[in-house]
Design a protein around this ligand. Structure first.
Ligand code: MG
Length: 509
């Protein structure tokens, strides 16, 4: 089974949205709930002093899972000893330099290390499992939220496998640090919901209930129903896996009453953070599932732009990991998006390059104009086509915005097409507000580039979108947005009025 383009987008969204929720909550960790409407941002800080847009332990512990599953794609799946040992060794390396290792995870790693030094040269998954089982037996309390927060990428390795296998693997992965049945089942149910969301686009946290015993399924159904009558702030003990699960689902359920699509993703994560206390973890849990349902394309560029963290990765790296894991090819491939170069030599002339008719600080071009970035003093690039990792030289990662948009008139070839086009226009506006000279490009500058250029031009020139498009067409004579993009422009015009087509708000004038 190959994933279709929308499923690919959703697989790519899992780790990116998990990390976005995590970084959004990082600056509010252990704080009291915030009133409705309070603005939340990736401000950083918090008790551990994170940088703005830096993710925390939640994402840092999820990444080794994704990487190990790519490196060790054996038939044994995620629960193969080799994959699990690779995961725990990465965690141990992370914990050695991290400032925010959770209490249960921290004591587990120390205990596993003691077991390892007795039995062999390096720590193994068996050492972790034994230490976690011992911890649970001694304390009877090993149901912190630390295994649920990291579990989402596991689901991507099980898109083609039996859901029962995923439930079992999620339990095994949880039991490396969190042996409590509540923790194991929470991970299983969340992973099954992530799998269901990537495959269908539907948010259904009940998807895995039929795989539990009837008694446990009834208990979890009660917990889910309670979440749906509540809001994240009602779950005061969200360091406990059950209330973290409920907090995350209540954020998604509550925000879904008034928002849909990409707006639902954003509103849910903001709601999760406003719930207070373990904000980054509840938002990270919610983010993994929301990314699976709405995709990479639904994560606001504002959140993706500076997202970063251990081990030195950024949003694009998380997008690649999720996509490759979802493809199930078993290893890092040499094709897009991992390839260094993307070949457009068959496309004919790609060297179109003109100034935006409404803003001299914006260039509009084909993909060939990337060669001229240094010569023209361009500081920021907004790309609307696939590129290799080395195709944009000399621009800082946060100054390169990429958007997934296929030049197709077919509804369904693109996810959230109107949102993505408006986000691209907003990215141009954002870079211009930072005083940067911008190149906006696709392959030929015939359809995608003029559409986004019109959305941007209408805002800066305070004219209608169709007037803006006419001006762009005079500058780029081959410009002819496809019918779907034309419809996006027309819809934006009729719903927002002139000059309000951008994603950043209404243009009062
Ligand atoms: Mg955290």
């Amino acid at each position: 089974m190959n994933l279709n383009p929308l499923q690919n987008d959703r697989a790519a969204g899992v780790l990116v949205a998990l990390a976005a929720g995590d970084a959004l909550g990082a600056g509010y960790e252990f704080g009291a709930p915030l009133p409705d409407g309070t603005e939340v941002s990736m401000k950083g800080g918090g008790p551990f002093g994170f940088a703005p847009a830096e993710w925390t332990d939640d994402t840092s512990m999820a990444i080794p899972i994704a990487e190990a599953l790519l490196e060790q794609p054996s038939d044994g799946g995620a629960s193969s000893p080799a994959a699990l040992t690779m995961i725990v060794r990465s965690w141990a390396a992370w914990a050695a330099e991290a400032k925010d290792v959770g209490a249960q995870t921290s004591s587990l790693i120390a205990a596993a290390r003691r077991l390892a030094s007795a039995g062999g040269p390096e720590v193994t998954a068996a050492d972790f499992t034994a230490a976690a089982a011992d911890f649970h037996t001694r304390t009877g309390r090993s149901a912190g939220n630390g295994s649920l927060m990291r579990t989402a990428p596991l689901a991507l390795a099980y898109l083609r496998r039996d859901p029962a296998e995923l439930l079992a693997a999620a339990g095994t992965l949880s039991a490396l640090t969190h042996a409590d049945p509540d923790a194991q089942e929470a991970c299983g149910l969340w992973c099954l919901a992530v799998r269901h969301a990537v495959l269908t686009g539907q948010l259904d946290v009940r998807a895995g209930l039929p795989l539990l015993s009837s008694e446990r399924a009834a208990l979890w159904l009660k917990r889910i129903e309670a979440a749906e009558r509540s809001r994240p702030r009602d779950f005061v003990r969200n360091g406990w896996v059950v209330e973290a699960f409920q907090g995350a689902w209540s954020a998604i359920h509550y925000a879904g009453r008034t928002a849909s699509g990409p707006a639902h993703l954003r509103a849910s994560l903001e709601e999760a953070v406003r719930g207070g206390r373990d904000t980054d973890t509840v938002a990270a849990i919610a983010g993994g599932l929301l990314g699976a349902a709405y995709g990479y394309t639904a994560v606001p560029f504002e959140w993706r732009q500076r997202l970063h963290g251990w081990p030195g990765l950024r949003a694009r790296d998380l997008m690649m990991l999720g996509m490759e894991l979802g493809r199930g090819e078993g290893s890092r491939s040499t094709s897009w998006p991992r390839a260094e170069r993307h070949d457009y030599s068959m496309w004919g002339r790609t060297d179109a390059l003109v100034r935006h008719p409404h803003d001299e600080g914006v260039w509009l071009g084909g993909v060939g104009s990337l060669q001229r970035v240094a010569e023209l003093g361009i500081d920021a690039v907004v790309s609307l086509c696939r590129l290799g990792t080395l195709d944009v030289p000399g621009v800082a990662p946060e100054d390169h915005a990429t958007f997934w948009v296929v030049d197709s008139p077919v509804e369904g070839d693109n996810a959230h097409v109107a949102f993505v086009l408006r986000e691209a226009a907003a990215a141009v506006e954002r870079y211009r507000a930072e005083g940067k000279t911008v190149l906006l490009h696709c392959v030929l500058a015939e359809s995608r580039t003029p559409t986004v250029a019109a959305l941007y031009g209408a805002r800066v020139a305070r004219i209608s979108l169709l007037e803006a498009l006419e001006d762009v067409r005079r500058a780029l004579p081959n410009a002819r947005p496809n019918p779907l993009f034309m419809q996006v422009l027309i819809d934006a015009e009729t719903t927002s009025g002139p000059a309000a087509g951008g994603a950043t708000g209404a243009g009062a004038h």
